[in-house]
Design a protein around this ligand. Structure first.
Ligand code: GRF
Length: 191
């Protein structure tokens, strides 16, 4: 399974997937390319250090359809079969979603459908919930929408701040995203 990962920033979930492929924790897979819409994304250096090809496709004032078309073409050029969004901060166009049917997944730091959008950890914290978590889900053209693949609960504990809670969620994100990619590869083999 050739994987393409889209990032916009830090790239810690991307690193979790790349390292799991390298260690064999995710078998029968290769990370073919990491694509960022931001030239300064810290994740780009982390991908390069790990020997993964990187491509920057900046928006540069273009329409979404045109930007997406260039990303789709890079993904296809690299033979990508599974697209993992990992902190990619843009909505995908319907054409992008249709180019990879049931083959685009995302990680979000809440138990969707609760707290979609930006700053999900803070949203959950401010709402005072006792349990939040993270979700890996299939992607459609709507924000943090689409069927869940795996979810993991993370309880809020006494003395938590947004930062400590976010850090515990992130730890689970890395584990959950790897598990979800393994699950998708397993489903592909079962078909
Ligand atoms: C993660 O919390 C992810 O759930 C959300 O954006 C953040 C990206 O972090 N979609 P990183 O770039 O993977 O470190």
């Amino acid at each position: 399974m050739k994987i393409g990962i889209l990032i916009s920033g830090r790239g810690s979930n991307m690193v979790a997937i790349v390292d799991a492929v390298k260690s064999g924790a995710i078998a029968d897979a290769e990370v073919a390319v990491v694509i960022s819409d931001k030239a300064y994304a810290a994740g780009l250096g982390k991908a390069k250090e790990r020997g993964v090809e990187t491509v920057v496709v900046e928006r540069r004032g273009r329409m979404r359809a045109e930007h997406d078309a260039e990303i789709i073409s890079e993904l296809k050029k690299h033979g990508v079969e599974l697209v993992c969004l990992a902190g990619y901060m843009r909505l995908l166009s319907p054409a992008f979603v249709q180019a990879f049917p049931n083959r685009i997944i995302n990680i979000h730091p809440s138990l969707l459908p609760a707290f979609p959008g930006l700053d999900a950890q803070r949203q959950a914290f401010d709402a005072g919930v006792k349990v939040t978590g993270c979700t890996v889900h299939y992607v459609d053209e709507h924000l943090d929408n689409g069927p869940a693949i795996l979810q993991c609960e993370v309880p809020r504990v006494d003395g938590d701040t947004v930062d400590t809670l976010s850090a515990r969620i992130l730890e689970q994100e890395h584990r959950l995203y790897v598990e979800a990619v393994r699950e998708i590869i397993r489903r592909k083999h079962d078909r």
